[in-house]
Write a protein that binds this ligand. Structure first.
Ligand code: CMC
Length: 392
């Protein structure tokens, strides 16, 4: 029945056509809809980037204001959803809560789940984009035992998320424009990255016509792993464990040792064989945020800079073309903003929701798209007869 190729990890297989994100891994280039990531990080904001990813063009003034007000209208969660949160243990990881709560949205917003209708797809995408920040912030509030803070729609997207994380009924949140801008930048850098594991998961799940909320929950599950979005949390954990520049050599030695499964977290990438352009912007943002907060001497940042330098001079990393990736510096920025490690991947998820819904919609709008159905190389037993219990 035809010939198929074996390509473990999809090293050389394109799974779909896409007009959303372009990566040149050799040169370290990343464009969203043709716009270089550096320009978007400098001049744009997250909602505009989300619009661009979804619709293919930057919004004009009217489109932008309509999009922003639609987003703001949908930030609230159905009140029953608070009960879904309350079913979790208080110490549940925010990503565990997010997988569950986002998946449960299928049952709350059923009216938009017939994905054959483009209007429904848009509505589902907008529900997700608008509500995921509320879900992420509430997963943190629940974890630390504080009351849920409702969205305040006079804030922008980043500030609103920060206020849901950090305000309490007794204490208002005063946004710091430099930190809010840095946070927007983190979201822009994470918004899409073509067919990575979580996006491919969303596409594969959605290729059967499945409910979009369930598909994005599957994406969140895939993102959680330490080889993917979980690397930001793992990087900071590694730096904390390292503690001091005097231990860098020991960690590098372990990372190079093939009998040890340890890897340098925040290093290496399937596609980039050069500096991840997002990592350079993130390093720059790190400088800005630490300066703003008077933390120029932050020992964790110094440790990260030194680790980067030593690794990039090491033959092992040079030969394999392993460079810092987006996750290497993002944890340091978020930590300086007072965001706990356990929320790093949840924030990645809220940013990547923009890419997931854009990619999912692109697939569903493509009349040629087929259900994703990989083949396998069967390596198991050949035909044999059932053996009754007394014969085993
Ligand atoms: N530390 C030490 N060695 C490494 C590392 C690392 N971080 N990354 C790759 N290698 C080695 C690997 O052992 C292999 O060596 P050899 O050829 O001797 O067997 C070679 O480099 C190629 O690695 P690979 O595992 O075949 O490459 P991959 O494309 O399958 O994996 C990766 C890419 C990102 C999963 C991997 O580099 C890694 O595990 N990095 C650490 C986790 C991380 O930072 N992930 C975030 C990725 S970027 C953001 C995101 O996707 O969310």
């Amino acid at each position: 029945h035809g010939v198929f190729t074996y390509d473990p990890g999809f090293l050389s297989t394109a799974s779909c056509p896409s007009a959303i994100t372009y990566i040149d891994g050799e040169q370290g280039l990343l464009y969203y809809r043709g716009y270089p990531i550096e320009q978007l990080a400098e001049h744009s904001d997250f909602l505009e980037v989300a619009y661009l990813l979804m619709h293919g063009e930057l919004p004009d003034a009217d489109q932008r204001s309509n999009f922003t007000s639609t987003m703001m209208k949908h930030t609230m969660l159905h009140d029953q959803l608070t009960n879904v949160f309350r079913g979790f243990r208080r110490d549940a990881h925010p990503m565990a809560v997010m997988v569950g709560v986002v998946g449960s949205m299928s049952a709350f917003y059923e009216e938009v789940t017939d994905v054959r209708d483009p209007n429904n797809r848009l509505a589902a995408a907008y529900h997700l984009l608008a509500k995921v920040p509320t879900i992420a912030a509430w997963s943190y509030k629940y974890n630390i035992g504080e009351p849920f803070m409702y969205p305040q729609n006079h804030f922008n997207y980043a500030e609103n998320f920060m206020q849901m994380m950090f305000a309490t009924p007794c204490e208002k949140y005063e946004p710091n424009p430099i930190l809010a801008k840095a946070f927007e930048r983190i979201l822009i850098l994470h918004a899409d990255h073509e067919q990575n594991a979580s996006t491919s998961t969303v596409r594969l799940a959605g290729s059967s016509g499945a409910n979009p909320f369930a598909c994005v929950a599957a994406g969140i599950a895939s993102l959680w792993g330490p080889a993917h979005g979980g690397a930001n949390e793992a990087t900071l954990k590694m730096l904390e464990e390292m503690g001091d520049v005097s231990r860098i050599g020991e960690f590098i030695k372990r990372a190079k040792d093939k009998s040890d499964s340890f890897r340098l977290m925040g290093f290496g990438h399937r596609v980039y064989r050069n500096m991840d352009p997002r990592a350079s912007i993130m390093r720059e943002t790190c400088h800005q945020v630490l300066d703003e907060l008077g933390l120029h001497n932050d020992p964790m940042f110094k440790l990260a800079l030194k680790l980067e330098q030593i690794a990039l001079e090491d033959e092992y990393f040079v030969n394999r073309r392993l460079y810092p990736n987006v996750d290497f510096y993002s944890g340091i920025v978020m930590r300086a903003m007072g965001i706990p490690n356990s929320m790093f991947t949840a924030i990645f998820a809220l940013a990547r929701t923009a890419g997931w819904v854009a990619q999912w919609n692109e697939m569903n709008s493509d009349p040629e798209a087929k259900i994703g159905r990989p083949r396998q190389l069967y390596m198991g037993a050949t035909r044999r007869d059932y053996v009754p219990m007394d014969g085993r």
